[in-house]
Structures are given as structure tokens and as C-alpha cells.
Design a binder for this molecule. Structure first.
Ligand code: ADP
Ligand code: MG
Ligand code: MG
Length: 199
């Protein structure tokens, strides 16, 4: 079973990974966007870890809804409301249980990813974070490490795609040949989940 500490660990491992990879995320956002994805997420996840230290929510749902709220309020770019919605909706689906199963988490994350698709209007194949998140949630029924692999493959698979949503869609066909920054950060988020689970 997964308790609040597990979800806190997921968020702190994500924050550390975003810090480490910020330059790479921003570099990916440079040719097809506005070169701020790394700094956007650094600001957001720094706020997440600070809020989790201050407020110490004691349920999985409480950890994720607080994290989501922080991302929405601190990240100006598109990724803030999108990741914020992902975590908030996932947290809401987990309710106020003190511990949840991996299956419950998989179901809740599915609801979170659906909410991101509703908010942003992207579907698989549009070269967005959805291309990493959907395969990850599909693989989560198998294991956390299967989800990590699926997310990484999903991120790489955005390279030959033309972006159909978000800022990268403004450059039209010129987005072809570039890996999507948000799909790349989604793979970090899922890898952090596997790491938090010790896989
Ligand atoms: P901004 O584009 O506002 O500068 P970021 O650079 O932080 O925001 O985030 C860009 C990422 O957000 C993209 O790489 C993409 O994965 C994701 N994104 C943008 N718009 C959408 C959308 N409508 N649906 C899903 N993901 C999106
Ligand atoms: Mg950007
Ligand atoms: Mg921006």
C-alpha cells in the first residue's frame, strides 16, 4: 500500500530530477517554443516541495491536491495548469484514504490524464505530454518500471510528430524532428514515481 510519505517522496524525487534536467528541458523548448519549460517546472516543483514541508498533508490525496494547487499558482506557462490539473484530479480521485493500492493509483492517474486532455484538448499523436502520460498509465497495471519505460518511449516517439497543440503548434511543420519538452518532463515525472516505489 502507498501512503502519504510515498507521494511526498514522488514529489521530492520529481523536484530533484527537474532541477537536474532543467537545462535540457529548456533546450528542447527553444527551437519549437519559448525556452522556458525547464525554468517553469523548476519554479513549480520548488514551490511544491516547500508547501509539502510547511503543510505536511497526511493522505495521498492531500499531497497531490496540494502539489497540483502549487503548480497552478506558480507556473505561468501552459504546463502549470496542465500538470496542476493532472495532480489535483488524481489527488481528488484518491479521496481521503490514508493508504491506496497501486491499482487505485493507476485508476486515479487515468482520471487525471483524462482531465488534462479535457482541459488542453490534446489527444495522443498531437506531440504533447499526453504522448508520454497515456502509455504510462496504460502500463501502470503491469509495474511502475513498465510505466517508466512506456513514458520514455512515448516521449521519444513525439520527435517525428507535428505538434498540434500548444506553442509548438505555432511553428507548423518545423516542429517535426523535435522531441516535445512536456512529453520529456512527463517521462521524468513517471520515472520519479518508479524511483519512489524503489523500482
Ligand atoms: P509554454 O508553452 O506556455 O511556454 P511550457 O513551455 O512550460 O509552457 O510547456 C510546454 C509543454 O506543455 C509542451 O511541450 C506540451 O507538452 C505541453 N502542452 C502545451 N499545450 C498543451 C495542450 N493543449 N495539451 C497538452 N499539453 C500541452
Ligand atoms: Mg515554453
Ligand atoms: Mg512560456
Amino acid at each position: 500500500m502507498l501512503d502519504a510519505d510515498f507521494f511526498r517522496r514522488w514529489m521530492t524525487v520529481t523536484a530533484a530530477s527537474v532541477d537536474r534536467e532543467a537545462e535540457r528541458l529548456t533546450a528542447l523548448d527553444s527551437p519549437i517554443g519559448d525556452a522556458d519549460h525547464g525554468s517553469n517546472l523548476q519554479r513549480g516543483f520548488t514551490a511544491v516541495t516547500a508547501a509539502l514541508e510547511k503543510e505536511t498533508p497526511d493522505t495521498p490525496g492531500g499531497v497531490l491536491t496540494l502539489a497540483g494547487r502549487q503548480l497552478i499558482s506558480t507556473v505561468g506557462g501552459a504546463s502549470g495548469p496542465l500538470y496542476g490539473t493532472l495532480l489535483r484530479r488524481t489527488g481528488k480521485a484518491l479521496g481521503d484514504a490514508a493508504e491506496v493500492s497501486a491499482d487505485q493509483l493507476a485508476q486515479a492517474l487515468r482520471a487525471g490524464v483524462d482531465a488534462v486532455m479535457t482541459l488542453g484538448g490534446a489527444t495522443p499523436g498531437d506531440a504533447t505530454m499526453i504522448d508520454a502520460l497515456v502509455p504510462a498509465v496504460d502500463a501502470l497495471g503491469t509495474s511502475f518500471s513498465a510505466a517508466r519505460t512506456a513514458a520514455e518511449e512515448g516521449a521519444v516517439a513525439t520527435t517525428p510528430m507535428q505538434a498540434r497543440k500548444g506553442r509548438a503548434s505555432y511553428v507548423g511543420e518545423r516542429s517535426i524532428g523535435h522531441q516535445d519538452p512536456g512529453a520529456t518532463s512527463s517521462a521524468l515525472l513517471v520515472a520519479a514515481l518508479a524511483e519512489a516505489a524503489g523500482e
